[in-house]
Design a protein around this ligand. Structure first.
Ligand code: MGD
Ligand code: MGD
Ligand code: MO
Length: 634
């Protein structure tokens, strides 16, 4: 059978490459749209079966800045509240999230909040759909959010809009943060962020004097070389207000992919083991090695992140790659570089239900499964574990992803630990592996998920109901042992002084404009799944360059004209869309398209030093009207 031949070829190449060049020469790239069971299996497959250090996942491009900041500030990486807490809150603050186009369910909660009289504050370089109906819009210059947060904290302190009791009892580090905010006067903040001083004062007053509030952000503040610092700045506003861990008082990053939360908890990150454990921590290694029936020394050490894996291919250290649920040729920045590296691989196998653009470079493509063809759990932005049930069978030779992985393990002659008969069996092992970790799923069962319409982790035992709202006063957690609601030994949250560093590349004479990138409503991620759906393609058939009328006039570009945007890494020629909804110093291009239409030919591969997220949201470009003949032959 073709399938068996393919599996044996894959196993043969993995064995050959690992024998010839060492275990770490074979890398794995996984994805956060996979169910939690599959994410867990991918981490186990890399760390236990292949024993390679080099596994990472596409969440590296997505939520890692928020995750790292939450761990630093709260000791745990999970949104604090069920989103029902948004309804009835006084103020909703949304930074760098186009919720109208990207987060329809979140939008519904925000609309309900507005019905109840909430004030909505939006910070974005573009007037997105939610910004059109908000109470206060702040059109920030890309890459300056941390400075805005400092400026707001400055005004909260100056006006004594602080919760002194909360700060005193439940936090550490406020003095240093207050000292740091001192220099961020409204005038200086306005100058640095490009936002009017009046708007900054208004935002601070609404936020400062609210009785209840909810702060949210997404990739707009996270896709930066100082993405973690931006998020720390946001969290400082929440902690200073004391409005967290109570009804209608909360904070959350808004997750991206289908399983953005669950996919980042159980060991497919380059430095992670299941249960949110650390691969570098000896106790954590010993526990997981025990669950998997191996020696802790046999577990690899932390490996390369998703982009670094391509640099390692370039350096000749990685020779083989297996990817699942990831289309890096479209989604990674500076993707001409990525293409060169794919060409260098001795062997590349991908598991996908479609032939993605990256898949064109594969030696073998194994037909995996759609969500509808399998069962398993995913975890929402709120921290609620829910279950997908199987609706249809895989067609033809396609197999469920977890079966394919187990078939490879078997063909490698290392089936121990990969003999699961169902996703439920994988989940039951994951419960044991996560027990005692921060992301503790030990008390969650498929039955309980059905019965309770989802279970919020942490959930410590079968008779524990789960934890819908984190950080409630008086709540217990295993790290603090009753000393306080946050997940540090003293039970206190941490204020962190956020450090501002400018974007890796700022506009200059040669490349005078900011380029920022993101999404449109009708396309999804790398577009692999949505560019083949006619009605969606009709809505937005090709990427367009959004630019302000004043910039368009200066450059002699009319709406619908072809224009070329060029950075130090590449250029792209697309139609212009002249809109009043963007800063005049900034252009926006959505990223869902491949090849010559891909904006990731222009983006920069600079990464946040802590989270390793790429700086998708800022680089420097120049723009000119395109010579139509050039387009015709391009
Ligand atoms: N329809 C649709 N929905 C999706 C997706 C999709 O592809 N299509 N993708 C899903 C995934 S994986 C994710 S991660 C989420 C992403 O959800 P979002 O983060 O909401 O979407 P983005 O378009 O990446 O960026 C959000 C906004 O950030 C703004 N922005 C750019 N630079 C800055 C800055 O420096 N500061 C601030 N404050 N804002 C800035 C952009 O103008 C943009 O409006 O959406 C999810 N939902
Ligand atoms: N310029 C720019 N680039 C960006 C961003 C940006 O804002 N600007 N955003 C970044 C963000 S936030 C993200 S999340 C990434 C996303 O980037 P990717 O993760 O590369 O995008 P996807 O389109 O989700 O690619 C997933 C691939 O896996 C397949 N797939 C999906 N689900 C499954 C499954 O269950 N099983 C199997 N076997 N295959 C599956 C799909 O068919 C597709 O080919 O892009 C990043 N890139
Ligand atoms: Mo994402």
């Amino acid at each position: 059978m073709v399938y068996d031949t393919a599996i044996h070829r894959v196993a043969g190449e993995i064995a050959r490459i690992q024998e010839q060049y060492g275990r770490d020469a074979f890398a794995v790239l996984s994805g956060a749209s996979l169910t939690t069971e599959k994410s867990y299996l991918m981490g186990k497959f890399a760390h236990m079966c292949l024993r390679t250090a080099n596994i990472d996942y596409n969440g590296r491009l997505c939520m890692v800045s928020a995750a790292a900041a939450s761990k630093k500030a709260f000791g745990i990486d999970r949104g604090g509240n069920p989103f029902s807490d948004i309804i009835g809150t006084d103020v909703v603050w949304i930074s760098g999230a186009n919720i109208g186009e990207c987060h329809p369910i979140t939008s519904d909660y925000v609309w309900q909040a507005r019905e109840h009289g909430a004030k909505i504050i939006v910070v974005d370089p573009r007037v997105t759909p939610i910004a059109r109906t908000c109470d206060l819009f702040m059109p920030i210059k890309p890459g300056r959010d941390v400075l805005l947060f400092k400026g707001i904290l400055h005004l909260m302190i100056a006006n004594d809009w602080l919760d002194h009791d909360f700060i005193e009892q439940h936090t550490t580090g406020f003095e240093q943060v207050a000292e740091d905010a001192r220099e961020w006067t409204p005038a200086r903040t306005a100058e640095a962020t490009g936002i009017a001083e009046k708007a900054i004062r208004q935002a601070a007053e609404w936020w400062g004097t609210a009785k209840t509030s909810f702060l949210m952000h997404a990739r707009g503040i996270e896709h930066h070389t100082h993405g973690v610092q931006n998020v720390l700045g946001a969290i400082n506003l929440v902690l200073a207000s004391g409005r967290i861990g109570r009804p209608n008082c909360g904070y959350s990053t808004i997750t991206g992919q289908g399983n953005g939360q669950g996919g980042r908890e159980h060991g497919q990150k380059c430095d992670q083991l299941p249960g949110g454990r650390d691969l570098a921590n000896p106790e954590h290694r010993a526990y997981i090695a025990g669950v998997w029936g191996m020696e802790p020394e046999e577990l690899p050490q932390p490996g390369a992140d998703a982009y670094e894996i391509f640099r390692e291919i370039d350096r000749g250290n990685i020779k083989g790659l297996l990817s699942i649920c990831f289309n890096p040729l479209v989604s990674l920045p500076d993707n001409s570089y990525v293409r060169e590296q794919l060409e260098k691989l001795e062997f590349y196998v991908t598991i996908d239900f479609f032939l993605s653009e990256t898949g064109r470079y594969a030696d073998v493509i194994l037909p995996g499964s759609l969500h509808e063809e399998d069962e398993g759990t995913v975890t929402q932005a709120e921290g609620r574990v829910i279950k997908w049930n199987k609706a249809i069978d895989c067609p033809g030779d396609a197999r469920q992803d977890w079966i394919i992985i187990q078939d490879i393990a078997e063909a490698l002659g290392r089936p121990e630990g990969f003999r699961f008969q169902s996703p439920r069996e994988i989940f039951d092992e994951l419960r044991v592996a996560s027990a005692g970790g921060i992301a503790d799923y030990s008390g969650i069962t498929y039955e309980k998920i059905e019965a309770q319409y989802g279970v919020f982790w942490p959930c410590y035992s079968e008779d524990h109901p789960g934890t819908p709202r984190l950080f409630e006063p008086g709540s217990w957690n295993p790290v603090a042992q009753g000393r306080g609601p946050f997940y540090f030994p003293d039970g206190r949250a941490r204020f962190n002084v956020p450090v501002y560093t400018p974007p890796a590349e700022e506009p200059d004479e040669e490349y005078p404009l900011y380029l920022t990138t993101g999404r449109v409503v009708s396309q999804y991620l790398s577009g692999a799944q949505t560019r083949r759906i006619g009605p969606l393609v009709d809505q937005y058939p090709e990427p367009r360059i959004e630019l302000h009328p004043s910039l368009a006039e200066k450059l002699g570009i009319a709406d619908g004209d072809w224009a070329t945007a060029e950075s130090r890494r590449g250029s792209v020629t697309l139609r212009a869309s002249v809109v009043r909804t963007i800063r005049p110093d900034t252009i926006f291009i959505p990223y869902h398209w491949p090849d010559r239409s891909s904006v990731n030919q222009l983006t920069i591969s600079a990464q946040d030093p802590i989270s390793r997220i790429p700086e998708y949201k800022v680089c420097a470009v120049r723009l000119a009207k395109a010579d139509i003949d050039v387009v015709a032959v391009a």
